[in-house]
Write a protein that binds this ligand. Structure first.
Ligand SMILES: *[C@@H]1O[C@H](CO)[C@@H](O)[C@H](O)[C@H]1NC(C)=O
Ligand SMILES: *[C@@H]1O[C@H](CO)[C@@H](O)[C@H](O)[C@H]1NC(C)=O
Ligand SMILES: *[C@@H]1O[C@H](CO)[C@@H](O)[C@H](O)[C@H]1NC(C)=O
Ligand SMILES: *[C@@H]1O[C@H](CO)[C@@H](O)[C@H](O)[C@H]1NC(C)=O
Ligand SMILES: *[C@@H]1O[C@H](CO)[C@@H](O)[C@H](O)[C@H]1NC(C)=O
Ligand SMILES: *[C@@H]1O[C@H](CO)[C@@H](O)[C@H](O)[C@H]1NC(C)=O
Ligand SMILES: *[C@@H]1O[C@H](CO)[C@@H](O)[C@H](O)[C@H]1NC(C)=O
Ligand SMILES: *[C@@H]1O[C@H](CO)[C@@H](O)[C@H](O)[C@H]1NC(C)=O
Length: 690
């Protein structure tokens, strides 16, 4: 299946190109960089870049209607191929030059070698090609030009004519083509990036078989121990009006995606569960809005809060910040660290039950939101706590993050009251910003004075830009004294215990029960191999305290707690969706925290989740208990002397902004305002966020 003539031509252009189809004949051809992938897909290299083409299910077929004056190649050949959609009635050398230049500068997948063959189509009928256009195409390395015979009235210059099904929209950009005498099949083509921080479980791409399912890319960089992640060209989405068109998104491996195994971070779970036959509703919505799913990401097992050294089944992902041995926290650890690592990835989707999006964002210096309770359906996501699970977005750019979130969250996917136990969610999209910043004194100052200084500057600027006042409070004192559930003063404790009851019962029903019983059946009564936290928790499970009755009671208490909070702490006023924005720190107070346990001891580093003396509730639990929205926002970085690299490195500093349940869009609008005013800004990938 390898066309040697083409191979030689490409070689002349000094391109190290190797192409292989997984057939027996391929092995008879000596090729460098030979790779095989899944059934019938092909992998090849142009220059030093690896590509994958979905040869099993072509995206489009062009019918060749005229051969021009060049010899048609015999048999079937594979070629790098580019579709150009013009909009001028006369296409000139200059307009082609401008288009191709933009392809080269604005996309990381397209490369000059894709200009081997070109299909020119147009958004106008009766288009024509200026004579100098052919000269230009030749000089740009185009060997064969196919002109859309439905659009171009004149041909010439040795071009061939072809046409695509007029009912389909042909996306511009790079493809791999299989060319026969009568047809050109255009294959979805992906650039393969190695996940060198090992944040992913697998790369994925749409099967394109008409069933909306996905295929896992069974390919890795052996040298880097890294899965390869297939990324489509950004050019394909130019002109696609859908709000998330072309956004490259990775998904925590807790959500089902049709055609793929959901692992939840557990080998035992893989063994007892089938490949997903439906994509989780929230993830399907991303696809419907134009996002492209590129991979499934590592998580702490069953979305636990496990520290890196307690990951037994899998290896905890790596953090690109600082010395490279910082923790990624949990549980959406792959998500946070990958967003901090890779420019080729736009967003990551994770879940947050207790802290699982917000803290991974804090330790990787990225943005993440825990949305209001009930914001988006979690059908098709393995539960940890039905009444406390949420799904949110990790991002680098605050403005893109806000836009993405406001497109993704929709009232149609709000969860029902029967799941949340709370009142129906109402999410206004207004500029009714909080008028005050609520500063809980007992949570501050941060452990690192340099981080505290950064935070105070941001608060001052925020107050100035948005005309807010700063109000000091002792939230813990308020909560301890409040008769939330009754006149007794143990309401907060009961809410915290209730939260753990909700988790224990949900995960017992959703995870432990099916896993333990199925495993025992298949393995002569054995207990499954799981990370230490789960072995302990499931061994100690006690149905005389944790049961449906206790769950229902905890859910009723939770509702009382949320109602009380919205009357007494984060209120709605005629001017503001949430009278206050509560500031907190879900991170480490500016001290580094490492993936290696012993490095966290001593005064210059910290374990995660340390609660200041005098605080009665950790920042992380405010919104899981009270249903509110909590965003992690990177605000700066502080130097630390690394015990790993033995030089000074930078550690990210973040803050958390908390508003009343339902005020997510108002807070996203506020984030945009703060970004416009320069109070907050996008973070970079790599060792340092800023
Ligand atoms: C033609 O395409 C160019 C580049 O995409 C764009 O800037 C221009 O506005 C388009 N013109 C028309 C008439 O659509
Ligand atoms: C476009 O034209 C400029 C000026 O002639 C040239 O330097 C450049 O290489 C051309 N770009 C492409 C993509 O052909
Ligand atoms: C295209 O050109 C042909 C012949 O010149 C003419 O008959 C036809 O009306 C034109 N169509 C459009 C849409 O301009
Ligand atoms: C999908 O799988 C579930 C069980 O995993 C099964 O109950 C359901 O019938 C399947 N649906 C389809 C459409 O195959
Ligand atoms: C700022 O807020 C105060 C109330 O907190 C209000 O009186 C004042 O008019 C506001 N100023 C501006 C410029 O909006
Ligand atoms: C369920 O748990 C509650 C305490 O949380 C306990 O009082 C009750 O007896 C338990 N029910 C059963 C059937 O074990
Ligand atoms: C902590 O950092 C300070 C300042 O860099 C340094 O003087 C001190 O020796 C460090 N302590 C430990 C235990 O590493
Ligand atoms: C806040 O209140 C708690 C509980 O009453 C108390 O222990 C703590 O010292 C107070 N903190 C501050 C900063 O006032």
């Amino acid at each position: 299946m390898i066309n040697m003539r083409w191979w030689k031509q490409i070689s002349i252009e000094a391109l190290a190109l190797a192409l292989v189809v997984q057939t027996s004949r391929a092995s008879t051809v000596a090729l460098r960089d030979l790779r095989t992938t899944t059934d019938k897909d092909i992998a090849y290299e142009l220059g030093h870049i690896s590509y994958l083409a979905n040869a099993k299910y072509p995206r489009h077929t062009l019918k060749i209607t005229g051969l021009g004056d060049k010899d048609p190649s015999p048999g079937v050949t594979f070629k790098p191929f580019t579709v150009i959609v013009t909009n001028e009635s006369v296409v000139t050398a200059d307009s082609l030059n401008a288009t191709i230049s933009s392809y080269l500068t604005e996309d990381d997948v397209f490369a000059k070698a894709f200009l081997n063959s070109v299909y020119l189509t147009s958004s106008v009928t009766n288009a024509s090609l200026d004579a100098n256009a052919f000269t230009y195409l030749e000089s740009a390395g185009v060997e064969t030009t196919y002109l859309d015979s439905n659009r171009f009235k004149s041909h010439g210059g040795g071009s061939r004519s072809a046409q695509h099904d007029s009912g389909t929209t042909l996306a511009p950009g790079p493809y791999t083509a299989t060319i026969s005498r009568d047809t050109v099949s255009l294959l979805d083509t992906y650039r393969l990036y190695p996940d060198k921080y090992r944040d992913f479980i697998t790369g994925i791409y749409p099967s394109n078989d008409g069933t909306d399912s996905f295929t896992a890319l069974e390919s890795m960089s052996s040298r880097l121990w890294s899965p390869m992640i297939p990324v489509p060209s950004r050019i394909h989405s130019w002109g696609d009006p859908r709000p998330l068109a072309g956004q490259r998104v990775a998904v925590k491996d807790l959500f089902d995606i049709k055609g793929l195994q959901t692992s939840a971070g557990s080998q035992a779970w893989i063994e007892i569960t089938p490949v997903a036959n439906k994509t989780a509703l929230a993830i399907q919505r991303l696809v419907d809005l134009g996002a492209v799913l590129v991979g499934k990401q590592k998580l702490a097992q069953f979305a636990s809060g496990a520290n890196p050294w307690d990951w037994t089944d899998n290896q905890a992902p790596f953090n690109p910040r600082g010395d490279g041995y910082l923790t990624c926290a949990a549980s959406s650890s792959g998500g946070g660290c990958s967003i901090a690592a890779y420019d080729w990835l736009d967003m990551a989707i994770g879940s947050d039950t207790g802290v699982s999006l917000r803290r991974p964002a804090a330790v990787s210096g990225t943005f993440a939101n825990r949305p209001s309770q009930g914001m988006i359906s979690l059908e098709g996501m393995l539960a940890q706590n039905w009444a406390q699970d949420t799904a949110g977005i990790l991002a680098r750019d605050p403005v893109k993050w806000a836009k993405f979130a406001k497109a993704w969250y929709t009232p149609e996917l709000h969860q029902s009251e029967s799941i949340t136990g709370l009142s129906p969610l109402s999410v206004p999209d207004t500029m009714a910003f909080p008028s005050q910043i609520l500063y809980p004194d007992e949570q501050f100052p941060l452990a690192n004075p340099a981080a505290q200084q950064i935070l105070e500057n941001v608060i001052t600027n925020m107050a100035k830009v948005l005309n807010m006042t700063v109000k000091h409070t002792n939230l813990s004192a308020t909560l301890i004294d409040a008769p939330i559930l009754s006149d007794q003063k143990d309401s907060l404790d009961r809410l915290l215990i209730g939260s753990s009851t909700l988790t224990l019962w949900s995960s017992h029903i959703a995870v432990a029960n099916p896993l333990l019983s199925t495993w025992a059946t298949h393995h002569e009564g054995r207990f499954p191999p799981v990370d230490p936290q789960w072995r302990k928790e499931w061994s100690q499970f006690d149905s005389s305290t944790t049961n449906q009755t206790a769950y229902d009671q905890a859910l009723r208490d939770k509702r009382k707690g949320v109602d009380w909070f919205e009357k007494n702490v984060l209120r709605e006023t005629p001017q503001s969706c949430s009278e206050s924005v509560l500031i907190c720190d879900i991170g480490t107070g500016g001290l580094p925290s490492f993936r290696e346990k012993a490095l966290n001891e001593g005064p210059n580093a910290t374990f995660l989740g340390m609660m200041p003396d005098g605080a009665a509730i950790p920042c992380s639990l405010i919104c899981p208990i009270f249903g509110c929205a909590d965003f992690t926002i990177p605000v700066g970085q502080v130097p630390y002397q690394s015990p790993v690299s033995k030089v000074t490195e930078q550690y990210p500093v973040t803050m958390n902004l908390i508003v009343r349940r339902g005020c997510d869009f108002v807070l996203f609008n506020m984030v945009e305002q703060l970004a416009k005013a320069g109070v907050i800004r996008a973070v970079k990938t790599g060792k340092a966020a800023f």
